[in-house]
Write a protein that binds this ligand. Structure first.
Ligand SMILES: C[S@@+](CC[C@H](N)C(=O)[O-])C[C@H]1O[C@@H](n2cnc3c(N)ncnc32)[C@H](O)[C@@H]1O
Length: 224
């Protein structure tokens, strides 16, 4: 059973976007697309863990520009094949924990990566978000709510409270995938120390969190 997240997404690249075909999620997905297009309108956007570019393509319609990054070349190759009518998107292969950034971004989008961050690694993750953009930038995270029957069940919980799902790819390979589902209170208390103007939009299948990064540069991260 594979427990490595990065190789899981490498193997899943070609079948990744099937997740966006679930009939019951279509209304929420449409709403998310509209919200994201509005939030990023006219902005210079950094997207981390962009995957196959499902959201990149939608945000590119209204953003000034997007630099979209992921650690797996297999997903980036798919993202690069999409049509970006404004020619305002570029892609880079990069580990989100080792950013090579020039701090010129006014906004950051992270779709469906929060759930794959171990709870004990959240301070480091949030420090990466905050230091990858200009002070006072907008950070937007989107991820799943747990909805029984639509999400795979949790099959394991570790001693830190991280939860895991057992997943199978079409090649028959089996994977134990870290997937955390936060409560609203947990999100609020987690981000409270790291920014301002915290806002949470809760749809049925997804949550969308926004906040503004501090007006000064944060060089270290706090443990909690
Ligand atoms: C659930 S997918 C989300 C893809 C895309 N954001 C979306 O919403 O459709 C998670 C993505 O995170 C990427 N990823 C995992 N660990 C990463 C890391 N350390 N640095 C950058 N990308 C990473 C995977 O390759 C995968 O494409």
């Amino acid at each position: 059973m594979n427990k490595d997240l990065i190789s899981y997404y490498k193997l899943r690249a070609l079948e990744y976007e099937k997740i966006y075909s679930k009939p019951e999620r279509q209304d929420d997905l449409k709403s998310l697309g509209q919200i994201l297009q509005k939030m990023f309108a006219g902005k210079k956007v950094l997207e981390i863990a962009c995957g196959t570019g499902f959201w990149t393509e939608q945000i590119a319609h209204t953003a000034d520009s997007i630099v979209a990054k992921d650690i797996n070349t297999e997903v980036l190759e798919i993202a690069e094949q999409k049509l970006y009518a404004k020619n305002n998107v570029s892609f880079e292969c990069e580990d989100l924990y080792k950013p090579n950034t020039e701090y010129t971004y006014e906004a950051l989008f992270a779709g469906f990566i929060w759930s794959h961050i171990k709870l004990e690694d959240l301070p480091e993750f949030i420090a990466v978000l905050n230091t990858s953009v200009l002070p006072g930038s907008t950070i937007v995270l989107v991820d799943n709510n747990f909805v029984k029957g639509s999400n795979l069940p949790i099959t394991e919980t570790d001693d830190r409270g991280n939860t895991y799902q057992s997943r199978e790819l079409s090649d028959g390979s089996k994977h134990q995938v870290l997937k955390n589902f936060p409560s609203q209170d947990f999100l609020q208390s987690t981000f409270a120390d790291y920014g301002s103007e915290f806002n949470l939009i809760n749809l049925t299948y997804y949550w969308l969190l926004t906040y503004k990064t501090p007006l000064y540069k944060v060089s270290t991260f706090q443990s909690f």
